[in-house]
Ligand binder design. Sequence first.
Ligand code: PHE
Length: 344
Amino acid sequence: MVNIEKLREEAISSIESCETISDLSKLRISLLGKKGSIQGLMVQMKNLSNEEKPKFGQVVNSLKQEISNLIDEKNSLLQEKELLEKLEEEKIDITLPGYSYNLGTTHPLMMIKEEIEDLFIGLGYQIVEGPEVELDFYNFERANIPAGHPARDMQDTFYIDVETLLRTHTTAIQMRVLEKEANNLPIKVICPGKVYRRDDDDATHSHQFMQAEGLLVGENITLSDLKGTLDIMAKAMFGKTRNIRIRPSYFQFTEPSIEVDVSCHMCDGVGCPVCKGTGYIEILGAGMVHPNVLEMANIDSKKYTGFAFGVGIERIAMLRYGIDDIRNFYVNDVRFLNMFNKGE
Ligand code: PHE
């Protein structure tokens, strides 16, 4: 009995001092396991008298029960403690500054393109795109530039085969729209996209660049509608106090054709290096859609008229931001691109 009491005290104190779950389970085995010390007491039974045996057995059993309960209690305590420790360890300090993500910026050409789109959507136009690998038919034939016509020389062309080419102007999209929407007038579209010309790249030329084309066809559309529309566009792109000036020009697909200048946003029309002293900067080509173009698309040119204009996106961006080399747009130097954070 003395031994039992001693064993009990030792067991209780080692359970109490146990610090980890794994130590506790070792302790459980050494106390309650088959070869454990409490089991060992049972072995002593055989040395006892028959009267002593049941009493002894009872005491050992209740000791077993008590120790087992104590170990269970301790086990849940330790589990809770370990959980708390783990939570503490994995705690996230939300006051730490986060990682800063390097967000890209909108490309300046996209900014100009989207600005033009937004402006014309506001005026009731729709945005239409078309293929960059285009048929000669839409790029030239339908634009009133038949094979062999000297006007083809105005746009040096990358041909893929006799019928296929890289479109030289967004006017090709216009021709597709005219064909498709001939019975669905009026047409009011803006057609932005990349175009290609067989030019040697330098500060002001690129074999690939972007245009946005505007087209409006309906009844009673006149040159003054075109002029008013371009005036709105010039003011939106270059400032409210700008005005435009139109000069006669030549395109096969418009008649009359005009070229449009905007008063210089740098010197307000006084004359400076940007406008080469003239006070005006050429920004786009335009005109009234040629009757041949309408007729080829099965639109009655006696009843309907229309205007079209084509603007170079790079040119607008270069003027707006004072960029002197068109190649800056294509090399994607982040130092250049980062200068165009929207809103700054
Ligand atoms: N397609 C012409 C060009 O690329 C621009 C233009 C478009 C002119 C529409 C008139 C009307 O030079």
